[in-house]
Design a protein. Structure first.
Length: 607
């Protein structure tokens, strides 16, 4: 568990991908390609050091500037074909329609109520202020009409404002929303220190009320008498909504509906639509909830939800070209989501309400889920961790994705097992680029980890899956489970590029219990490229547990290699100077083979 700390300032709008320039430098007889980041960072993001590339070690050249093309097309751009016999919906239609193109239904829920298994509902352009629940029509498809912009919107326009001193007031506001701060409705916060959902510095985070004046979201405060510019409050005593900015001449919107879509039938497809401004409370789980197997969301935008954007709570779901952005707590969460495919998904600028990083906040968190793949996706500018696997996740693939400028870790693997992490970029995350905590059988290969608070950490603490009443077990499987030990054994860090110029080590292994060392835990590092801005930046290259209770700081790769036998094929560059090599991978005969479990689960995706 990470200690709680204040989040950074709010992330700016998403910016374009970095541009890359390369220059060949002839240095002491060694040709090194130096790559600079020229743009793409928000204003307060730390600058990135040069990234040299050497043929003997590290990730493939050019990986840093790869754009995964993640996220949805804008609503209105999809052109899904309309099948014969489709049902139509049009928010502007008069009541009484029966679903034809000429006489469409007025609401999506009306169409769902009439749909049979396998039907397609085609939604005409417009704004739909409703909650849609699919309970019986299995195999149903909900899609936008070709080329038309469809939004499910959980807010209403608020008019009738009255000036009240330095504030403005709307009377007759009877909207009462659930502000429970945990997943159990009406339950108080966890009293354990550092495990509260709500940061005491942001006490209104769990209140799902939201107000916008034009496109500007206001901050909620508790005391209506203390509302200032850019703020609002709900006054249940006087039944008033109070804002501190002048609403004259502007459209004012307030969120009133908790949920957009509840998918409670099997094999539902939702595509080509947008979902925004829902007043989702923490125990509502998500503006969109997937509650039965086989759901697919494709080219869907979910933004500006009060807490969670999308929740996946069933097997065999697919999220493809989905954007989850600016949600109050987390973009996407999942539990019992076996077989989940996350493909070209963008989860960006989430945790706008500044919930604590733990127990849940950020881009995406998964628990108790097996055989999950996250490919070609982006987790950026979240005010917590980018992507987090926790509580007995098993058989994981994370590939070809970017983790950039998150206020927590880029990628976090915690009390889980069997993860293949390949060809990703972890850059400018405030804490660890990759944190592997109590997680066994991890292979991290061909990744670029650059400019993070720390580089890669493999850590072990007191938690054990065989402990009585251990929280975080997957009760669907017999216990104790020999494949889910929560011991960080068999971790391999190979062919990666680790770059830093700050104060923290680029690679770190430690058992906080002082019961084991790297050799006993079978933690290995090989053929990695280590790049430091200077010999003292960072001053420690590697922290490594060489004996139980003894962690050694290594100031150079040669010292680390000499004492531990690790990294016989590794390369170290300080500034622009490649340090002398005693041997190369070819000379040492080092080879790498993916473990059988990884090949069986992910096959050619690993290459």
């Amino acid at each position: 568990m990470d200690p709680v700390e204040s989040p950074p300032s709010p992330a700016g709008r998403r910016v374009g991908w970095v541009t890359v320039g390369a220059a060949l430098l002839a240095l002491t007889g060694v040709v090194v390609a130096a790559v600079w980041i020229l743009g793409g960072a928000r204003a307060d993001a730390p600058p990135l050091p040069p990234i040299p590339s050497a043929q003997a070690a590290g990730a493939p050249e050019g990986l840093l500037d790869v754009d995964p093309g993640a996220g949805s097309m804008p609503p209105g751009d999809s052109e899904y074909p309309v099948p014969e016999g489709a049902l139509y919906v049009d928010a502007a239609a008069p009541a009484g329609g029966r679903g034809s193109l000429a006489a469409p239904f007025e609401s999506i829920q009306d169409a769902v109520a009439e749909a049979s298994d396998g039907a397609t509902i085609v939604i005409r352009g417009g704004e739909y202020h409703e909650t849609v629940e699919v309970t019986s029509a299995h195999g149903l498809t909900l899609q936008a009409y070709p080329g038309e912009e469809v939004w499910l919107d959980g807010s209403v326009v608020v008019t009738g404002w009255v000036a009240d001193g330095a504030r403005w007031r709307h009377d007759g506001w009877d909207v009462a929303l659930d502000s429970s701060p945990t997943f159990k409705r009406g339950e108080a916060e966890n009293p354990e220190e550092n495990w509260t959902f709500v940061d005491h510095a942001h006490p209104m985070a769990a209140h799902p009320d939201q107000v916008w004046i034009g496109d500007i979201a206001l901050d909620q405060v508790e005391d209506p008498g203390a509302v200032g510019t850019g703020q609002f409050a709900v006054d249940p005593t006087t039944r008033s909504l109070v804002v501190g900015s002048d609403p004259t001449g502007a459209e004012v919107r307030a969120s009133v509906l908790p949920r957009a879509l509840q998918l409670r039938a099997e094999d539902i497809t939702v595509r080509g639509i947008g979902i925004r401004r829902y007043a989702t409370s923490v125990p509502d789980m998500g503006a969109v909830t997937i509650e039965r197997p086989g759901a697919t969301m494709e080219h869907v935008v979910v933004r500006d939800g009060a807490t969670t954007g999308i929740f996946v709570g069933a097997a065999s779901a697919t999220l493809r070209n989905v954007t989850a952005e600016r949600n109050g707590m987390i973009g996407i969460s999942a539990n019992f989501a076996d077989g989940l495919t996350v493909d070209h998904v963008a989860s960006i600028e989430n945790n706008t309400e500044s919930f604590n990083r733990a127990p849940v906040a950020g881009g995406m968190k998964l628990t108790r889920s097996r055989h999950v793949s996250v490919v070609a996706s982006e987790f950026a500018d979240n005010r917590a961790t980018g992507l987090w696997f926790d509580q007995s996740c098993f058989t994981i693939l994370v590939s070809d994705s970017r983790f950039d400028r998150n206020a927590g870790h880029g990628l976090y693997l915690e009390i889980s097992a069997r993860a293949a992490v390949v060809r990703n970029v972890m850059a400018r995350n405030a804490r660890y680029g990759v944190k592997i905590n109590d997680t066994s059988e991890v292979v991290m290969r061909r990744n670029v980890v650059v400019g993070n608070g720390w580089g890669v950490a493999i850590l072990q603490d007191e938690r054990r899956a065989d402990a009585p009443d251990a929280p975080g077990l997957d009760a669907r499987h017999p216990q104790p489970d020999p494949t889910m030990t929560w011991l960080g054994t068999d971790v391999t860090i190979v062919d990666n590029t680790l770059v830093g110029s700050g104060s923290e080590a680029l690679l770190w292994f430690e058992d906080y219990t002082d019961r084991s060392d790297a050799e006993e835990m079978r933690v290995t590092a090989a053929r990695n490229l280590y790049v430091r801005g200077a010999a003292d930046a960072p001053p420690v290259l590697v922290k490594w547990q060489v004996d139980p209770g003894h962690v050694t700081d290594y100031g150079s790769l040669s010292a680390f290699r000499e004492e531990t036998g690790q990294e016989s094929g590794g390369v170290e560059v300080i500034g622009t100077v490649t340090q002398p090599l005693e041997s190369s991978p070819a000379e040492t005969g080092e080879t790498f083979s993916w473990p059988d479990w990884a090949r069986q689960a992910w096959g050619g995706s690993l290459d």
